[in-house]
Design a binder for this molecule. Structure first.
Ligand SMILES: [Zn+2]
Length: 248
């Protein structure tokens, strides 16, 4: 494998040769390939993560092109599944990277198989229900995952490291699914995905700098905050290990 393409991060002491080797051997699942997922996949594949799995059930449509950077007008005209269109683009970006694409909805029936051969899960979804499902599966199997969410000009991200940090269920309860399209400025998914991808590099390379707080940003108003989230002693998932969504 020609490592020249990773020269700029190999000369970066934060990653270096050893970090690059870990990235090359890493295996990551990205759930959702919309505004967040397109940016996540781009960063991971360009950085040389060895195996990237993408799952998304939707097709590319014209309003997606405002922020979903892997797709173009032809993909929308052909109504290509996002996972398939992303697969084609990502292969052209880095042929050394093993990319797997799945066109289906993540559910309690398939999530444990999907995460079975990865070391990290990245959240590119647009709904709390799927995040709660990812949370249960990852807590159950002690797998780190990086939550990300965006709406209007606001975004947040949090690393969920089972056994070390609070889990997603410590943070949120059930919410109704969003009705209709979520209003959004196209710069916020790019920014939140950059934070998630950077945290992914740190988790994969076992950096001591992994962030343990929730990051909250309102890009339009210029608000940047780090918020401590406490593990809830009565959390049904990380404290009591009741995985009710997985058993549905
Ligand atoms: Zn919890």
């Amino acid at each position: 494998m020609d490592l020249t393409r990773y020269q700029r991060q190999i000369i970066l002491p934060l990653i270096g040769e050893k970090g690059q080797e870990k990235l090359t051997k890493a295996s990551v699942l990205i759930v959702g390939c919309g505004g967040l997922g397109c940016n996540l996949a781009t960063h991971l594949v360009r950085a040389g993560v060895g195996k990237v799995k993408i799952v998304d059930k939707d097709i590319v449509q014209l309003p997606d092109l405002q922020r979903q950077i892997l797709y173009d007008e032809e993909d929308a005209r052909k109504s290509l599944p996002k996972a398939e269109a992303a697969f084609q683009k990502l292969k052209k970006i880095n042929s050394d990277c093993q990319i797997e694409a799945f066109v289906f909805e993540v559910s309690s029936e398939n999530i444990e198989t999907l995460i079975g051969d990865v070391e990290l899960v990245l959240d590119g979804t647009d709904n709390i229900q799927t995040r709660l499902l990812i949370n249960e599966a990852c807590v159950k199997h002690s797998l780190p995952w990086i939550q990300g969410a965006v709406c209007e000009s606001v975004g947040m991200s949090m690393n969920i490291m089972p056994g070390e940090t609070a889990c997603y269920r410590c943070l949120v309860d059930c919410f109704p699914p969003p009705e209709g399209p979520i209003p959004i400025i196209n710069t916020i998914p790019a920014l939140i995905a950059s934070i998630q991808a950077t945290e992914a590099f740190k988790i994969i390379t076992k950096s001591p700098d992994i962030n343990k707080d929730l990051i909250y940003i309102d890009l339009w108003r210029g608000i940047f905050q780090k918020i401590k989230i406490k593990k809830r002693e009565d959390c049904p998932v990380c404290s009591k290990r009741n995985f009710t969504l997985l058993s549905l």
